[in-house]
Design a protein. Sequence first.
Lengths: 101, 235
Amino acid sequence: MSEAYIYILTMAAVTYAVRVLPLTLIRKKIKNRTLRSFLYYVPYVTLSVMTFPAILSATGSPVSAAAALIVGILAAYFGGSLFVVAAGCSIAVIIIELFIV
Amino acid sequence: MRKQNYLKGLVDSLPIALGYYAVSITIGVAAASAGLGIAESGLASFTSFSSAGEFAGFSVIAASGSYIEMAVMQLIINARYILMSAALSQKLEQNTGITERLIMGLGVTDEIFGLSISVPGRLSPYYTFGVISLTIPAWTLGTITGAVLGSIMPDILISAFSVSLYGMFIAVFIPPARKSRIIAALVVVSFALSYIMNRLSMFDFISGGTKIIILTAVISFAAAVLFPVKEEDDV
């Protein structure tokens, strides 16, 4: 077995363990109110943290990225589905980068 | 019901799969420049299925780091999945079987987590099975494409695809923020603190993945103490 495969196996094993252990070990509804509240807020906080400011450097220019952010927030606010919001962001970037930047 | 959930997962994950295909082209380029062959690059993506983890992992391979270093690096960068996986465990029916949980574990990524948590009510494992049966192959194929073709895809397409991933995040946290002032405030606070932590050079020694963990833990814990959820708010 070559070195590269041991690296790849290590990456895969650690990543899978981290992902699967809580899912398999936590079988019951968590009773502690603070812990339940914590887990309730985690998704929104972590997705917000991952979105900003990272989105600003995801495209060819901060201007097109900022446009995508604004379009995305507006589309989601007015009830756009996951696909509509994602597509809206992409279209905003294409328009800005083709015609403006 | 199983088949319906599976098909719904397939359909809902289409934008993620497209985005993954584009993003993983960059991963393939990185794998090739770290010295991995085409098959090895594809295998790494098929088995790890993690952008930040793979980028970091390839840097360890390129530097011929130790296996311990590789393991610790993966643990730190992917530690946020512990929180996501724990949150998902609360969204499942309690009687969900071990095999189903083991398979679901394959698909805990930022985007799939976002999608799964936005499903109303309980999460069916078959929904996740649908999601991963499209996204893992897309991620793997994109990586292989990147390793083979290098970077000949036009930049504007890469930009459009990468930003669509953030669009999916936005689609998950904005609708509840509209309904709840607490979540709206949390989004604003998260944006602000994340901006500060990423722009101030005093935090440069902390990796991107670790910043996400610290911010998520601190902000969510503060919110949990200040605004504990009532029973009916819970997932």
